[in-house]
Design a protein around this ligand. Structure first.
Ligand SMILES: Cc1cc2nc3c(=O)[nH]c(=O)nc-3n(C[C@H](O)[C@H](O)[C@H](O)COP(=O)(O)OP(=O)(O)OC[C@H]3O[C@@H](n4cnc5c(N)ncnc54)[C@H](O)[C@@H]3O)c2cc1C
Length: 409
């Protein structure tokens, strides 16, 4: 993450010559900062670029979100300063030529950004994931409008070489991103695979095994990849739950949790061609590095990041929550490889199974002296994750030893 933050900081440098303390210079500076911000938001939203710096998509997403929420105020400041310099006639002017047209491009970009900010920062929960994602594409016309606006109004890119170069770089990368996005949507520049097996492994979960048609990906334990089932279709992230080093086959355990996954369950067939993009993620990296006991708390399909670690005997304790016995995925693999395994069922009573939800008291009781020393890895439904994270913190486990991954980006 530090690398991304450093790159963002460096990208501000070409604009430093514009900076001044009088209103006009400040207005210009904030205008260019807003342009830079929109460009960064587009760059950070494209994993095929950011992967060259970091595969930590969750971390990158946090930066993207932070910049989206607070960066908007750069644009508001630009707007206020411009009004302070030029007066209200800037808005009321009805002509569509030269300078006025440039102002109009800027105004449209401003209102669209405001709309984007409202839908992402304020009313995010009112939209489904798909709609929220679609609305995000408004950033692309916003960038074009901002470039047109600065072309007509801004003069700094003609005066300062550093601004000229940075602006050209931004336009070039923007156009490249648009072309690459369309190509990737068509399934190009991704790893083509063939479906070789589909198995039901529990209620709602299917294990889908893929054979690469050409180059394979080499995910580390716990990493995920994007699966696109057809050309010009959506790509969704899934943890790679199994990798066969000899055959290069890989498997995803996919739960039917919404429209797309349900359709995949009913339509995907052996022999189909799919497209894979990855690997991404750093969630369980610490399991490889730590000398401390590893305690995993998983709920439902949240078990997938730990399956490959379990097979390597790296998990000391597992607390696995499910609704019923039939919901438990990979029961045999887990029972064979993890000595201290506690199943917790919320909707069914059964001998040898804990009943209810996973709580800190249960973890404390089962882990004994290990409790204070362990590294904790948590993945599952949001309510379970929040309860366990808070419980561990309250019990004195430092944040540096609580690692979690939410199945939404
Ligand atoms: C890092 C990571 C690893 C995951 N691993 C697994 C796994 O091993 N097995 C499994 O069954 N599920 C996994 N998921 C969850 C899986 O991606 C979603 O369940 C699936 O995308 C839901 O799509 P849907 O349209 O069927 O459901 P919806 O009801 O439309 O979506 C449910 C939620 O899934 C998330 N989501 C939907 N589409 C996307 C997308 N394109 N990109 C990112 N998030 C999206 C959103 O938070 C959304 O609210 C993982 C998610 C992430 C982020």
């Amino acid at each position: 993450m530090k690398k991304i933050i450093a790159l963002i900081a460096v990208s501000v440098l070409p604009f430093v010559p514009i900076f001044g303390l009088e209103k006009y210079s400040l207005a210009l500076f904030f205008g260019y900062m807003s342009l830079l911000l929109i460009w960064w938001q587009i760059v950070l939203g494209n994993r095929f670029i950011t992967k060259y710096v970091s595969v930590d998509l969750v971390g990158i997403n946090k930066i993207h979100k932070f910049m989206g929420i607070y960066g908007f105020f750069l644009l508001v400041t630009h707007y206020i300063l411009v009004l302070a310099v030029h007066g209200i006639t800037l808005i009321t002017d009805r002509s569509f030529s030269g300078f006025s047209l440039g102002v109009k491009y800027g105004a449209i970009a401003f209102y669209l950004t405001f709309g984007l900010w409202l839908t992402s920062a304020i009313f995010r929960k009112k939209f489904s994931w798909d709609w929220w994602k679609r609305l995000h594409f408004i950033a692309y016309p916003i960038f074009l409008l901002a470039i047109l606006h600065s072309n007509i109004i801004g003069t700094s890119h003609q005066i300062y070489e550093s601004v000229t170069y940075m602006r050209s770089l931004m336009i070039f990368t923007f156009l490249s991103i648009v072309i690459m996005r369309i190509a990737r949507w068509a399934g190009l520049l991704k790893h083509s695979h063939k479906v070789v097996d589909i198995k039901s492994i529990s209620n709602d979960v299917k294990l889908v095994t893929l054979q690469p048609n050409g180059k394979n990906i080499t995910p580390n334990n716990g990493q995920f990849a994007y699966l696109q089932a057809k050309r010009f279709g959506q790509a969704h992230p899934f943890t790679v739950s199994h990798v066969n080093k000899q055959t290069k086959q890989l498997s995803f355990s996919i739960k039917a949790s919404g429209d797309w996954t349900r359709q995949l369950h009913s339509e995907l067939a052996v022999g189909d061609k799919v497209f894979i993009d990855g690997p991404y993620g750093v969630f369980t990296t610490e399991i490889a590095n730590t000398r401390r006991p590893v305690v995993v708390v998983a709920g439902g399909i949240g078990i997938t990041p730990f399956l490959r670690w379990a097979k390597q005997g790296k998990i000391d304790y597992l607390f696995y929550g499910n609704r019923t016995l039939n919901d438990i995925a990979f029961k045999d693999v887990l029972e064979k490889n993890i000595a201290n395994l506690t199943h917790v069922l919320s909707d069914e009573e059964s001998t040898n199974y804990e009943q209810g939800y996973i709580k800190t008291e249960l973890i404390k009781k089962q882990t004994g002296k290990t409790f204070k020393k362990a590294q904790y890895f948590i993945c599952g439904p949001p309510v379970m994750m929040n309860t366990v994270e808070n419980g561990l913190r309250q019990a004195g486990i430092p944040d540096s030893r609580i690692h979690s991954e939410r199945f939404s980006l």
